[in-house]
Design a protein around this ligand. Structure first.
Ligand code: SF4
Length: 442
């Protein structure tokens, strides 16, 4: 691997990937708060500022450990807050133990503060009556149990008992996150309460978003299935498949402390440390502008309408037509195709595309027709989030030297630049369309 790429990769690992605090031990890590004096120079290790910052870190760690000790892992007992998370991550939690990263401690501390504040606020409000806070809850499932604590149980809201689950967030969601709904559903079933509320508190702006959740008994069966699967893997010692990676939930990989063990960015057939070029198909290797125009017409909207603004049925019709296999015949050579073909020798080509898996064979054939033979092919799983390609790129960078990124999405190119990779901007008429249709919109 060229020295230049090795240097970039190390810099990236230092900045973004610090499992078990290893990156802090690397030379060159930036000083943390409390380590810099007012002159911008590092404080001496015995200065009050450095001692206070160290004390906060030490105290946070202690509080986190106390919390864990109060709820030790017991055989046959699982946590409702974990059960919807990547099964492989849960497996590592039980087999390798938990080691809090600075991020874990920050989430723990802010979450605690927000929970306490909301519980206190509800207690002070005259319109509701708090029955309990931090109530121990256990749901028994055929010999195993899901055991956790419900944040707030309200004795009465508009004549009904309600369980409130509080989450701090850096951005309020438009709808509740599925893993939070899962957790709350376990509490509702365990307590026999019909109504729940997921309450998100934006910790930067103080704004709130709350969502009604009605008890759905099907979650109990789903929880039992997941617990059984986890127990089988724990008994056999074989880690479960990379669930978050396979379902497109890469946000979970991005915060997962077990990436070093799991290695979600390592591709079969491409050894770690290789130099790679990462390319999207539509808008980069392939000119999709004709196909897009045809799909917009099929959706009944003008050909220059921004597709990412489509909603409801129009959006469904557009996606169906845009990703129809027979529509691929409208494609032509893309604006970055030549750049992919003249990449330096030894640089492997990895296609990371938002096209759905069902188009794999057709896409491979289309690329072959354009003279492109990728070394690896990663297609978006059904649940892929908007920023899937960007996150995938960041995972790949933990295993490979990213030399070149060919993608019409400016967010992906920005991530590439942060990684020190070359990320040329597509140019030309076809590309202007490609740029206003980032695949993240799908
Ligand atoms: S890195 Fe991703 S796939 Fe692997 S255990 Fe963590 S969350 Fe799961």
């Amino acid at each position: 691997m060229p020295q230049r790429l090795l240097t970039r990769r190390r810099a990236y690992l230092r900045k973004y990937y610090a499992p078990r605090g290893a990156a802090r031990a690397l030379k060159g890590a930036r000083p943390r708060a409390g380590e810099l004096g007012s002159n911008g120079r590092p404080n001496g290790s015995h200065s009050p500022a450095a001692l206070v910052a160290a004390a906060v870190r030490e105290g946070l760690r202690k509080l986190w450990e106390e919390e864990r000790e109060a709820h030790p892992q017991r055989s046959g007992v699982f946590y409702p807050s974990y059960i919807a998370h990547c099964l492989r991550k849960q497996y590592y939690t039980y087999t390798l133990g938990e080691e809090p990263t600075p991020e874990t401690l920050a989430v723990f501390a802010t979450g605690r503060g927000v929970h306490d504040a909301v519980a206190e606020a509800l207690g002070a409000a005259a319109s509701v009556r708090v029955a309990s806070t931090e109530q121990e809850v256990t749901l028994n499932l055929d010999g195993v149990a899901l055991s956790g604590r419900a944040d707030v149980v309200l004795a009465e809201v508009g004549g009904r008992r309600v369980v409130v689950e509080v989450k701090s967030a850096s951005r309020l969601p438009d709808s509740p996150y599925p893993h939070h709904v899962f957790q709350l559903q376990i509490y509702l079933s365990a307590l026999g309460v019909e109504d729940g509320v997921l309450l998100y508190w934006d910790k930067r702006t103080g704004r709130l978003a709350s969502f009604d959740v009605r008890r759905d008994p099907s979650y109990v069966g789903r929880a039992a299935e997941r617990v059984r699967a986890l127990m089988q893997h724990l008994a056999s010692g074989a880690p479960p498949p990379r669930e978050a990676l396979l379902t497109g939930g890469l946000w979970e990989c991005a915060h997962c402390p077990y990436r070093r063990e799991c290695r979600p960015g390592l591709l079969p057939g491409i050894p770690e440390g290789s130099a790679v070029a990462v390319a999207e198909v539509d808008g980069a290797l392939v000119d999709d502008s004709e196909r897009r125009r045809a799909a917009l017409a099929a959706a009944g909207v003008p050909g220059d309408a921004p597709p990412w603004r489509l909603t409801g049925e129009a959006r469904e019709r557009f996606l169906e037509a845009y990703y129809a296999e027979e529509a691929l015949r409208l494609d032509g050579p893309g604006p970055l195709l030549a750049r992919a073909l003249r990449r330096p020798g030894g640089v492997r080509l990895v296609v990371v595309t938002s096209r759905p898996e069902r188009l794999r064979a057709a896409t491979e054939a289309e690329l072959r027709g354009l003279g492109v033979a990728p070394d690896a092919f990663v297609m978006a799983p059904p649940g892929a989030e908007d920023d899937w390609r960007q996150r995938m790129l960041e995972l790949l960078a933990e295993e490979y030297g990213i030399a070149l990124v060919l993608d019409p999405d400016p967010w992906v190119r920005r991530a590439a630049e942060r990684l020190g990779a070359e990320a040329p901007r597509p140019r030309g008429r076809a590309v202007i369309l490609a740029q206003v249709l980032p695949a993240r919109a799908f």
